[in-house]
Design a protein around this ligand. Structure first.
Ligand code: PLP
Length: 475
């Protein structure tokens, strides 16, 4: 299996060679040269597999430079009941992603039972084990530098804590995360985790990460790496639960399903697109956005117009607050028939701060072939949906999942089971749950009182040199 760049001007690489990097050298994103196909026989064999075995079967189709027995060990370690133990009462943690049926043909797939209570653990946990394994083989080390407004940073830290050969330097805007999110990250005492609170906004933190990564000398000297959402292995790991959810919601492989995906950077739904390209019977992928509707706009109109920072709304589903969708280029590469020259043309405009318009082109006419439809959900919809699901089903959902449920309801088709991906647990967004339900979500026992634990964080001004100095001091 060789991986190619969406911009077509970087050499094809093997899995382990792209694992630790981010963008391809030509500025594109890596994708498999061809999507592996799943036969009817395989699909039949996979239906009964536990998560870790299903994950191994799927990963083997994408990874041919890690021996099967080692890959098995990594999948077994990653997808264990012990890691995904925060499931609803009465669910089997061994399912890893249990299915909750709200009404016949309408389900939630629980993806947020991992250590940080958001779906990003599903992929990040695998990344932690893969990084450790490959760095050990190569005798290398890496210093991961990232910026977070909440979910990504904590998922990365919990995946990398205690890992040999990996240090994590995570920037966050001082005082902007919730008390719970701060406690999740800052209470980690592992010596390879460094929390850095920046006096400024998320964008200031992000700009510092970019500036450090663009300093080629510093980057090479201090072996700076990233685990952001364009990392191919994260997308790959997410493909697995589309298969698992499909098997859980159907009785036979002749059936089709729809998935609804609360979306921000297009990473999660990109994995759904890939599962569909591999042959999983997905009739529809429903993309849900919040007030930040750049993707909904594209799927309705054919116009992709990234927003400027000032146009980005701060919402009650904050992990979907994006101005542009960093994984979207992967989908567009397929949409334009894998014509890398065309992708280069389109992103020449995007990278210069512009937009593109596919209306009236054969590409826009081809869009229905990909099965993606979309909708958006606003704060009032979120509140109403959280209330309604609680009242009718006694199930408490978080704000992002509520966006998914709202849009999924608008796209139901007779006879087609709908699976909404549950991307976080309500306890992460207590304030909005209080507003909707007048009560606080119940917290997993072991997370009670984490706000009172001692915290480790260094506070700096929004200055590149102050962050560099911390990295130098600890490496
Ligand atoms: C990251 C995140 C999303 C958005 O996922 P993308 O892969 O960026 O589309 C949705 N919900 C939650 C809770 C998240 O943490």
């Amino acid at each position: 299996m060789k991986y190619i760049s969406t911009r077509g001007e970087a050499p094809a690489q093997s899995f382990c060679d792209i694992l630790l990097g981010g963008l391809a050298p030509d500025g594109g994103l890596y994708l498999p040269g061809i999507y592996p196909q799943v036969s009817a026989t395989e699909l039949a064999e996979w239906r009964g597999l536990p998560y870790h075995a299903l994950a191994l079967s799927i990963l083997q189709k994408f990874v041919d430079d890690i021996p099967a027995c080692d890959l098995k060990m990594l999948a077994d370690r990653t997808y264990s009941a012990n890691v995904y133990r925060h499931c609803r009462p009465g669910r089997d943690a061994g399912d890893i992603t249990p299915l909750t049926t709200l009404e016949p043909g309408f389900h939630l797939l629980e993806l947020s039972n991992g250590p940080t209570l958001a779906f990003k653990d599903m992929a990040m946990q695998l990344l932690g084990h893969l990084f450790e394994y490959v760095l050990e083989k190569r005798g290398e080390t890496i210093n991961i530098l990232g910026a977070t407004s909440g979910d990504t940073g904590s998922a990365a830290e919990y995946a990398m804590r205690g890992k040999q050969r990996v240090k994590v330097f995570m920037l966050s805007p001082e005082g902007k995360m919730s008390a719970f999110q701060r406690a999740q990250m800052f209470s980690l005492q592992d010596p390879n985790i460094f929390n850095i609170a920046v006096r400024g906004m998320f964008d200031d933190a992000q700009d510092i990460v970019k500036a450090v990564s663009n300093d080629a000398g510093f980057k090479a000297r201090y072996r700076i790496g990233a685990v952001n959402s364009i990392n191919w292995a994260r997308v790959m790991a997410q493909v697995v639960y589309y298969f698992k959810g499909y098997f859980a919601a159907t009785a036979s492989n002749d059936q089709e399903v729809a998935f609804c995906v609360p979306s921000g950077n297009f990473g999660n739904i990109c994995a759904g697109h890939i599962a569909r390209m591999m042959g999983l019977p997905i009739a529809r992928l429903v993309l849900a956005t919040n007030e930040n509707d750049v993707l909904d706009e594209f799927f309705r109109t054919g116009v992709y117009r990234p927003r400027v920072t000032a146009e980005t709304h701060v919402t009650s589903s904050p992990s979907m607050d994006i101005s542009k969708a960093s994984n979207f280029e992967r989908f567009v590469f397929d949409l334009v028939g894998r014509d890398a020259g065309k992708v280069r043309d389109l992103w020449r405009a995007v990278d210069a701060g512009g937009s593109f318009d596919l209306r009236g082109t054969p590409y826009f006419s081809a869009l229905p072939d990909y099965g993606i439809v979309s909708g958006r959900s606003l704060h009032a919809d979120r509140i109403a949906t959280i209330r309604d699901v609680w009242k009718c089903h006694q199930v408490m959902i978080d704000t992002h999942t509520a966006d998914g449920v709202k849009v999924a309801r608008e796209h139901r088709e007779p006879g087609l089971p709908m699976i909404v991906l549950e991307t976080a647990q309500p306890v992460k967004f207590t304030e909005t749950i209080l507003e909707a339900l007048g009560r606080e979500p119940v917290r997993p026992k072991e997370l009670e009182g984490i706000e009172d634990l001692p915290q480790r964080v260094e506070v700096v001004d929004a200055e590149v040199d102050q962050v560099k100095a911390i990295i130098v001091r600890h490496c």
